[in-house]
Design a protein around this ligand. Structure first.
Ligand code: ADP
Length: 336
């Protein structure tokens, strides 16, 4: 598709350049040809005066050129014009092909990205759907299904449906995050304000695992979109608690660094392998460990959304981690 689009665009570039070049050549040819005609006309005037025995003015005589020379000059001129046009055709063909490639590259990258996204999303959807289908099929085939077994089957189905719902919510969130960048509402906010709301949102899960969140350092304030910053900290705290053992502590710290604020979410969890750190912000990326742990739910979209939020605020997000010691997520945002 990319190649044929590139050829089409090259053809358009070529058509436009050649139309201009041919038009230019025609204008030049018409003007130069008029000059040649005047020289030929001179020859007619001299011949007429000779016929009538009239004197030929010196000026006319000096300007006289052999008509054969005029014809030769005209055809030389035409062939040069053709040559120039052929040259322009060749050069603009090559340049057009190169430019078309450069113009289309970002579009191609976007299309590739979308295709990858669709492939990943369908892959993630297929797993719970397949298990849902096979469970229902097995249940239907079993003619002696007891009420107790039916209930267990429905409960398991419900779990799969909840998972699917979570996935569709995350996908929707990601799609909205892509759109929202131009509609941010910047207000002055503080780190602890965002953290308090995020803690309230995650209250149930924090309580279940008896995990506490400690606020340390400075309660830095900065200008950002409040709702999105809360969303960012919900994602980071949710991960910190998902990937930590029970009764552990999550620390949140802030500090001013020149005209930026730096905020840290530090956990004492399982940690992330060095080889996996560069990929955790990719869409649908989940470490092998988290994939294998059935009880840790997720689709690898949280950190991709977090990264988008931070980038929309012209900031940076990074992570460092030590296996079995914990991970630290660092967010750097401009103060204004
Ligand atoms: P999800 O948590 O839904 O799998 P994320 O995009 O939030 O997706 O995270 C991607 C991966 O990064 C996770 O699967 C996990 O392996 C790793 N990860 C993220 N946060 C942490 C953390 N605090 N501790 C350990 N691993 C983490």
């Amino acid at each position: 598709m990319f190649h044929s689009a590139r050829l089409t665009l090259t053809a358009w570039y070529l058509a436009i350049i050649m139309a201009i070049s041919i038009l230019f050549s025609l204008v030049i040819y018409v003007n130069v040809n008029n000059e040649y005609r005047q020289l030929e006309h001179l020859e007619d005037i001299i011949a007429e005066r000779r016929m009538h025995g009239l004197p030929i003015p010196r000026q006319l005589n000096r300007s006289w050129i052999d008509p054969q020379l005029i014809t030769e000059a005209r055809s030389r001129f035409i062939s040069r014009l053709i040559l120039v046009n052929v040259f322009i055709f060749g050069v603009s063909g090559v340049a057009g092909y190169f430019l078309a490639g450069r113009t289309l590259r970002p579009i191609q990258e976007m299309v590739d990205e979308q295709q990858r996204f669709i492939a990943d999303a369908s892959h993630e959807l297929r797993t719970p759907l397949t298990s849902l289908r096979s469970e229902i099929e097995v249940g239907l085939r079993n003619k002696k299904l007891t009420t107790h077994e039916s209930k267990a089957l429905l409960e398991s189905n419900l779990e799969e449906v909840i998972q699917l719902q979570r996935l569709s919510d995350s996908l929707l969130e990601l799609a909205q995050a892509e759109k929202r960048s131009s509609r941010l509402q910047f207000v002055k906010i503080s780190l602890y304000d965002c953290i308090d709301v995020a803690i309230k949102t995650l209250h149930g899960s924090l309580k279940k695992k008896q995990i506490t969140v400690e606020k340390k350092g400075t309660n830095v304030s900065f200008v950002a979109d409040y709702a999105r910053l809360v969303e960012l900290f919900v994602i980071l705290l949710d991960n910190a608690l998902k990937y930590s053992a029970e009764k552990s502590v999550i620390k949140v710290e802030g500090k001013y660094v020149k005209d930026h604020v730096e905020m840290y979410v530090i956990d004492e969890g399982y940690g992330i392998e060095d080889s996996e750190l560069p990929h955790i912000f990719d869409r649908f990326y989940r470490s092998n460990k988290s994939r294998s742990k059935e009880q840790i739910s997720g689709y690898g979209l949280g950190l991709a959304i977090a990264k988008k939020i931070v980038e929309d605020h012209n900031g940076q997000i990074s992570a460092k981690s030590t296996i079995n010691k914990g991970s630290t997520f660092i967010i750097k945002l401009p103060r204004k």
